[in-house]
Design a protein around this ligand. Structure first.
Ligand code: ADP
Length: 493
């Protein structure tokens, strides 16, 4: 199968978040399975320094953006370690900037124009590069217009007639909403600016556009696919998703099992597998306590947290619970993250007042993230919502027991242990309602289980056995591409 991935970021060419990991890993895995993926991305300033060779193709093009004709150029590179071609769209006025979508905490004012240009370039590149494409796989609002251009303008041309389209939503909260006059920039007829297609409460909405025009829609976990069909997680677009629910599916992201492998992780004090975790974990825990200045108590449960310090991740609950637990229990806390100043302040205060219980690092550090995953006993993710989540999957692989709120991908990957109903499939602890007492109770259950070695060992063993690799996800995507092609063929008849 020939799949063209259109995305606004992909590792190692550009990255701001999880979208880049998916667009970097999934095509490589599809190639391993014998398919023929290619990737198309903007050539940002950071792309130039990504370490991959980039060569000019000598292909220039011009596309309309509103009343302007805008010139661009196609460059070629390749995914590291795989024969997956990567095409880069060069347009320095749009993409040679400090940030991908904004600078100094503000979005660029011409983001709509930039990604209209990129979306048109994707469709033009198919013709200019003579690409064989069975499925155009668009991702998030930045490429939401590509299924629309395909259906409205390009389907008239023979080479585009059989191209099916899939839109993957990585986070419903980001929709690419712009004022209505930006409709002029799309070059599409005003007749599409209606509540069933491109308009959303008087604005142009590019995510909605993709959801309406793509043959299939997917998101990054089955539970999130359900949740976004109603309020509040549908973020206003729940009606569109309900309408299109027959074409909506959820496929969990995979993890990079080479980067996150406790058997060979270079950042750890001791490497281990499921047979040696019992001996190695205390070494990793002691090293982490030493690194963070926490007392080296082996019997006190150590709770690890890594992530963006944002409302989405449940930090209001975390801080509420920590404030009480630091006074009443022997639990230690290791927190790594950056984000909203209010959480920085609250966490710093806790670390200052209770240095024997709380260690906080307000920075981005991949090596420390690895050491927390290995050295903590419990990994905490009480998210308000979580499209997929990766940290809980790293934890499972590292023999660190996750405590999560049962939402989105967390609900799909963590089977909660219940002391009343022991379950051989349990790999963590989960709570439902987004309230501090529910988190309290889940953490209390985890700490009780921690003191029962046979229960704890079983939880660790189940988690470490599971397969969260991209291979599993890629096979599901192949099935979805197949269905998408059938759907597109059926619609064309
Ligand atoms: P999201 O994409 O919503 O931020 P995920 O759990 O899907 O959440 O992925 C977050 C990724 O970013 C993980 O790989 C996590 O380890 C990493 N990460 C987040 N914050 C930090 C940090 N401060 N230091 C190191 N890694 C971090």
């Amino acid at each position: 199968m020939n799949i063209l991935f259109a995305g606004s970021e992909a590792v190692p060419f550009s990255k701001t978040g999880g979208l880049a990991d998916v667009c970097g890993a999934l095509p490589v895995e599809l190639a391993r399975l014998g398919h023929h993926p290619a990737v198309i991305l903007p050539a940002y300033r950071q792309t130039r320094y990504c370490g991959q060779p980039i060569e000019p193709l000598g292909i220039d093009f011009i596309v309309p953006v509103g009343s302007k004709m805008v010139a661009g150029r196609l460059l070629r590179s390749v995914m590291p370690g795989a024969a997956v071609p990567v095409y880069l769209v060069e347009q320095d006025q749009y993409f040679d900037r400090d940030g991908l979508y904004g600078a100094d905490g503000k979005d660029y004012v011409d983001n709509c124009e930039r990604f209209i240009f990129f979306s048109r370039a994707v469709l033009e590149a198919i013709r200019l590069l003579d690409l064989k494409v069975d499925v155009l796989h668009a991702n998030d609002w930045q490429t939401g217009l590509t299924p629309a251009y395909l259906k409205i303008e390009y389907r008239k041309l023979a080479r585009y007639r059989r191209i099916a389209s899939l839109l993957t939503i990585h986070n419903m909260a980001y929709q690419g909403q712009f004022w209505h006059w930006d409709m002029l920039l799309t070059g599409l007829d005003w007749k599409y600016f209606n509540w069933r297609q491109m308009e959303f409460h008087g604005h142009l909405n590019l995510l909605k556009t993709g959801m309406v025009f793509a043959d299939s829609i997917s998101t990054v976990s089955p539970r999130y696919a359900q949740e976004i069909q109603s309020s509040p997680l549908g973020c206003g677009l729940e009606g569109v998703l309900q309408h299109r629910r027959a074409t909506l599916s959820g496929i969990l992201n995979g993890i990079d099992v080479h980067e996150w492998d406790p058997r060979s992780d270079p950042h750890l004090a001791a490497n281990y597998n499921s047979d040696t975790v019992d001996q190695a974990k205390p070494i990793c825990k002691a090293a982490l306590q030493k690194e963070l200045g926490l007392p080296r108590e082996s019997s006190a449960p150590l709770v690890g947290i890594v992530g963006r310090l944002a409302d989405q991740k449940g930090f209001d609950l975390v801080i509420d619970v920590m404030q009480r637990w630091v006074q009443t229990s022997d639990v230690q806390w290791a927190v790594l993250g950056t984000g909203e100043p209010k959480y920085h302040k609250a966490l710093e205060k806790l670390a200052e007042r209770f240095p024997k219980k709380v260690a906080v690092r307000l920075e981005f550090s991949a090596p420390l993230a690895h050491r927390i995953e290995a050295g903590a006993d419990v990994f905490l993710m009480p998210s308000r919502f979580e499209p997929c989540g990766l940290n809980q999957l790293y934890s499972l692989r590292y023999g660190t027991v996750p405590v999560v709120r049962a939402t989105g991908g967390l609900a799909d990957t963590i089977v909660g242990y219940d002391p009343q109903l022991p379950n051989a499939a349990a790999n963590g602890f989960a709570f439902q309602e987004y309230i501090a007492p529910a988190l309290d109770e889940a953490l209390r259950q985890a700490c009780d289980a921690y003191r029962r070695p046979e229960v704890w060992r079983q939880l660790i063993a189940v988690g470490m056995r599971q397969d969260w690799s991209w291979t599993r996800s890629a096979k599901e995507y192949v099935e979805l591409y197949q269905k998408t092609m059938e759907r597109s063929d059926a619609a064309a008849k």
